[in-house]
Design a binder for this molecule. Structure first.
Ligand SMILES: [Zn+2]
Length: 567
């Protein structure tokens, strides 16, 4: 692929910057961005994406880094915008492979990365420098200046990057918040000053480019949550993401205000809060945080439980509580349950299940559709336009979103007066070539198909494995075990049949009888000619014929596995 690219006349010219977005499942550049100038490479973020519902058994999708193979020595550094897993999650899988380049991350992101790295003892020791707001540093041809951006996790940085072709800005995930949690509000003067430095190219967050108006301030969320706390008589159980550190802080602050102790539940919740407390990003009075087993020692009105599971995740705290599998907490009448996060598409059914269970068990339930108890961490229309107006870039590349979001972001930019041909809507793997005067999307793509992580294995789940899993999930499995006489090639006795997820065997006696008859017939015919028997051929024949037969009878295609035992 690289050879093809170097033949492209546009790219052979020196003095061009290449910008390549990478990531999983069409979210452009969310998980990784590659910047390359005359062979020197700077990476921004290295995250993963959660799989879709139709990818059974796949844990994460990580970016394809084939483009970087053979270029390890030229990677100057990896810059991390913030500590969310879609920006740091792939580090343990890739950094070692890429020659362990130095990292630059904010305090909180650094601590989360180091903590997670403990789960991967075979990976090399990370070298992480701490980013400081406004503190510039040089990496080869790049000058990097981090600037603070509001999001829903503290220590989130955008980057002003000075390159030989001009200044470029990466916004990171961001929103403008006049009243954020535990950090100063957006510094508009600062952003304007960055804009004064003549920005050639802006890469900006598109996550909420389809949402009108301005994102909600965390202050509004706080007020609404307070209403719930005021009225709550029994325990308050709050479910959110472990990475929404700022939301967890709000719940802790309100608990203290209303005389409640807080029990943190779930491994990721506990670790994230512990790390954040070390840096003062979560503040709690001594005595506020309880061990869960001590929950029973206090009256219900004095207890808040903060856990994971607002997405209906199977192994999360809330699911274990409603299923009665939690060691110390059961739902009882009068409990108040708060879902403080929006529902990620694909999770609607499991969230509905959890909600129904909660109502059945007598809880009062509050979720984001009933009132504003969750704010996204991303800029809506007004803020996206304002960012463009503050930075005044010549070119814009919408990133961090699916095509529909990128295109809507592009439309907003045009409303601010940017000419259409200066806005580049690229796909993952596409190369944007930037010169002092031009920005072009090249026709050639670098490999950008996604890589699946399954347990601790990377990339060993291929398309075939995935298709098998989808078939198994949809139509089940049908195993035929037959004993065949090696000499005569005849089936001995009646074949055994095992089936899962396809048909209920007891109610399908006729069908099974027919399957047995056909199996015996097929084997006996195909082995009867004398001479050596080709067992692979016999097995394939049985598989094909029985699959066909089952499809005709049931309109379903279970995975058919014939097993031949020679005696
Ligand atoms: Zn984020």
């Amino acid at each position: 692929m690289e050879k093809d690219l170097s033949r492209s006349p546009a790219l052979r010219q020196a003095g061009h910057l290449r910008i390549i977005p990478l990531g999983g499942l069409g979210e452009v550049g969310r998980n990784m961005m590659v910047l390359e100038y005359e062979g020197k490479i700077l990476l921004i973020d290295m995250g993963f994406r959660m799989p879709e519902e139709d990818m059974p058994g796949v844990d994460y999708i990580i970016p394809n880094i084939s483009y970087l193979k053979g270029k390890e020595r030229n990677i100057l550094a990896l810059l991390i915008t913030h500590g969310h897993y879609d920006h740091i999650g792939a580090i343990p899988y890739y950094l070692g492979q890429l020659g362990n380049p130095p990292l630059y991350a904010g305090n909180l992101a650094k601590a989360i990365i180091l903590k997670r790295q403990e789960d991967f003892p075979n990976q090399p020791k990370l070298r992480i420098a701490t980013l400081q707001d406004g503190k510039r540093f040089t990496l080869g041809p790049f000058g990097v200046e981090p600037f603070r951006q509001n999001h829903n996790i503290t220590d989130n940085f955008g980057f002003l990057i000075q390159t030989p072709v001009g200044n470029i800005v990466h916004t990171s995930d961001f929103k403008f918040d006049p009243n954020p949690v535990n950090e100063p509000p957006t510094d508009f003067m600062r952003l304007k000053k960055i804009g004064d430095q003549k920005i050639l190219f802006l890469m900006s967050d598109s996550t909420n480019a389809e949402e009108p108006g301005h994102s909600l301030s965390e202050e509004v969320i706080f007020e609404n949550l307070e209403e719930i706390f005021k009225q709550a008589k029994g325990r308050v159980i709050s479910a959110t993401f472990a990475s929404l550190i700022n939301r967890v802080q709000q719940i802790i602050t309100l608990s203290e205000k209303y005389g409640r102790h807080v029990a943190l539940e779930g491994y990721s919740m506990k670790t994230n809060v512990e790390i954040s407390r070390q840096f003062g990003y979560i503040k709690a009075k001594s005595g506020t945080i309880l061990k869960t087993k001590d929950v029973l020692a206090y009256p219900d009105s004095k207890i808040t439980v903060v856990g994971t599971g607002a997405q209906g995740e199977e192994r999360a705290v809330l699911m274990r509580i409603v299923n009665g599998e939690h060691q110390h907490v059961r739902i009882q009448k009068g409990d108040t349950v708060i879902f403080s996060s929006s529902v990620i598409p694909g999770n609607e059914r499991s969230v509905q299940f959890v909600k129904d269970q909660l109502y059945k068990q007598g809880a009062n339930v509050f979720h984001y559709k009933m009132m504003d108890i969750h704010a996204s961490g991303h800029a809506n229309h007004d803020e996206l336009k304002q960012m463009i107006e503050l930075l005044r870039p010549k070119f814009l590349m919408p990133i961090h979103g699916q095509v529909s979001m990128l295109v809507n972001h592009a439309k907003l930019a045009q409303e601010t007066g940017m000419p259409e041909h200066n806005i580049l809507v690229a796909e993952n793997g596409q190369i944007v070539t930037l010169s002092k005067t031009q920005a072009v999307i090249e026709k050639t793509k670098v490999p950008a198909n996604y890589i699946m992580v399954d347990g601790l294995g990377v990339g060993d789940v291929g398309e075939v494995v995935l298709r098998d899993r989808q078939n198994l999930a949809k139509d089940g499995i049908f195993v035929i075990i037959m004993v065949v006489d090696r000499q005569s090639g005849k089936v001995k006795g009646s074949p055994d049949i095992i089936s899962r997820g396809f048909i209920y065997l007891r109610e399908s006696k006729e069908l099974l009888k027919e399957v047995r008859k056909r199996t015996i017939g097929t084997v006996n015919r195909s082995t009867g000619a004398g001479g050596p028997i080709n067992w692979v051929y016999v097995r394939d024949l049985v598989r094909n014929q029985i699959s066909e037969f089952l499809f005709v009878k049931t309109q379903r295609r279970p995975m058919v596995l014939p097993v031949i035992i020679e005696v």
